[in-house]
Design a protein around this ligand. Structure first.
Ligand code: NAP
Length: 530
């Protein structure tokens, strides 16, 4: 009999989790509280009690880096997709793998509790509610895919006088369109990706936008070198390998120099005290343009509000009509009761997936990470591992070993990142994917690849670390992976090839010397791997 698995949430993580369950011979039932799939990527206007996005959102990870590993995003789709395009991809994925029939829409999970015989069976009682009717079912496994942008973090207590303020204030989660800010003076608090996006968009209609930040930020471009998506340029095994050979301060200096070459962060009042690697990146191509044209003015933290104005920590005062709290999110799992404790966004999960103290490893949290890179392939990788743990094909270490790993990760995170509730589940893309891939037995072996298929090995090492790499070998191997890797460059360029352009005869091709240096470096790396 196939084991029955409850998948909680039908967003991007829920979809790939259903597919991974099917791949491992499990029997999934996905419970989705809203009336459709897609999670926060499905825009709906307006919607209470559900995390959702604003109408204009364009994702800040590119299509080749964010796709599921055995289902490339169509070549004609743009590299950075509008949310409607992302939904189109999710629907194609769900249809292709026939996932919809496993999803029960408008069904909320009320509670998940261990059954009395849990220590021997690992089974759970799950109570759900559909159209006001409650139902209880037994499951062999639980995969939680509810995300971490669940509750708006609204730190009103940090802003004295906000209760007297006569204007309008709200959290960025409730922002949908810019037109209602026409002619208004707006302050946006927070310089994460929401704060940056909203300040830019509102500045097109508002009289004036102020972007208030308590520590500043380094701002990256979506469009990287030669117009390639920045994550394509930065996320490679070669870059990960070479940056491990450098000190953190060398990497910081290199990256900050490049960002300051685009616009000097001090001149734009954005420069923080901390180094670039110490903070989750803010990605925004338009922000410097809005600052240089005076539509957005960068300000320090707000000391207090009066009835009509904000007084900033430098003593300056601005009349304000609207305050947008782009101050992030918190997460919790109220339906899990005591199984997973979250305190101020701190949670103890083995490799951010498994609670370490369960008698049986039959519950996992999927997608509870904030990567420097795309989250969808990470959720998929976690799901490939978790489903193998559910079937018994992969084993977890002892509770004490898991706790040691959790503690070490917390220490490393605290050392690297500035203290903030937004930095509790940070991971680096290549390193974390490899770590979980080892657990799932799907990490590509570069030395043997180099010996058997040097052309592919070259692209795997020097090219972007796209999710297809994790389908080259091991459980879930996909025959299309090699071709997907060798054609990824074409898929990146394809959507922009909308007019025939002849190369100039004066354009030099990559000099032979550079290629030679590359080959020598590859040999050195292969030797290092051995
Ligand atoms: P976030 O990354 O948590 O940023 C919150 C911001 O609010 C930070 O600047 C933080 O400052 C500030 N803040 C928090 N509490 C504060 C306080 N008490 N006083 C002053 N400032 C305070 O939240 P987010 O920007 O909403 O982003 C959430 C997630 O969604 C991120 O993973 C982000 O990358 C993603 N996102 C993606 C897109 C996109 O793909 N286009 C768009 C929006 C968001 P500190 O740094 O000082 O704590």
């Amino acid at each position: 009999m196939a084991k029955k698995v409850a998948v909680i949430g039908g967003g991007s993580s829920g979809l790939c989790v259903i597919k991974c369950c099917l791949d491992e011979g499990l029997e999934p039932t996905c419970f989705e509280s809203s009336d459709d799939i897609g999670g926060l990527w499905r825009f709906k206007d307006p919607e209470a009690d559900r995390a959702s996005i604003y109408k204009s959102v364009i994702i800040n990870t590119s299509k080749e880096m964010m796709c599921f590993s055995d289902y490339p995003i169509p070549e004609e789709f743009p590299n950075y997709m509008h949310n409607s395009k992302i939904m189109e991809y999710f629907r194609m994925y769900a249809k292709h793998f026939n996932l919809l029939k496993y999803i029960r829409l408008k069904t909320k999970v009320c509670s998940v509790q261990k059954r009395p015989d849990f220590p021997s069976t690992g089974q759970w009682d799950v109570v759900t509610e559909t159209d006001g009717k409650k139902e209880s079912s037994i499951f062999d496994g639980i995969l939680v895919c509810t995300g971490h942008h669940t509750h708006p973090h609204m730190p009103l207590h940090c802003f004295p006088g906000i209760d007297k303020f006569k204007g309008h204030y709200f959290h960025s989660r409730d922002y949908k369109h810019p037109f209602e800010f026409s002619g208004k003076r707006v302050v946006v608090i927070g310089i994460g990706n929401s704060g940056g996006d909203l300040a830019v968009e509102i500045s097109h209609t508002a009289e004036q936008v102020f972007l208030s930040t308590r520590r500043g930020a380094w701002v990256l471009n979506r469009v990287g070198d030669e117009g390639y998506p920045v994550d394509i340029v930065l996320t490679s095994r070669a870059k990960a390998f070479f940056s491990q050979q450098m000190t953190k301060s060398m990497v910081n200096a290199w990256a900050e120099k490049r960002l300051n070459a685009r616009f000097n962060h001090s001149h734009y009042s954005l420069r923080p005290q901390h180094r670039i690697l110490n903070q989750h990146p803010t990605i925004n191509d338009d922000l410097p343009n809005r600052i240089i044209s005076g539509r957005v003015l960068v300000k320090p933290n707000i000391r207090e509000f009066t009835e009509t104005a904000a007084i900033f920590e430098d003593g300056t005062k601005e009349n304000i009509d609207v305050v947008v709290f782009a101050t992030g999110y918190s997460f919790s799992f109220p339906f899990l009761e005591n199984c997973v404790r979250v305190v101020e966004n701190e949670v103890s999960l083995y490799k951010f997936v498994f609670p370490p103290h369960l008698e049986k490893p039959t519950l996992a949290i999927i997608g509870l990470v904030q990567p420097l890179g795309a989250i969808m392939p990470i959720s998929e990788m976690q799901a490939r591992w978790a489903t193998r743990v559910l079937t018994g094909l992969a084993k977890l270490p002892s509770a004490s070993d898991m706790m040691a790993d959790i503690t070490q990760k917390k220490v490393d995170m605290a050392k690297r990142y500035v203290k903030s509730p937004r930095h509790t589940i940070q991971v680096d893309f290549v390193e974390y994917m490899d770590e979980v891939a080892c657990q799932a037995g799907v990490k590509p072996s570069l030395p043997s690849l180099f010996l058997t298929d040097p052309k592919l090995a070259w692209e795997v090492f020097f090219g972007p670390c796209t999710p297809y790499q994790y389908r080259l070998e091991g459980p879930g191997k996909w025959d299309g992976a090699r071709k997907a890797i060798l054609t990824q460059q074409e898929r990146i360029l394809k959507p922009m090839k909308t007019r025939v352009v002849k190369d100039s005869p004066n354009q030099a091709s990559v000099p032979f010397l550079f290629k030679l240096i590359g080959i020598v470096a590859l040999f050195a790396v292969v030797l290092a791997y051995f």
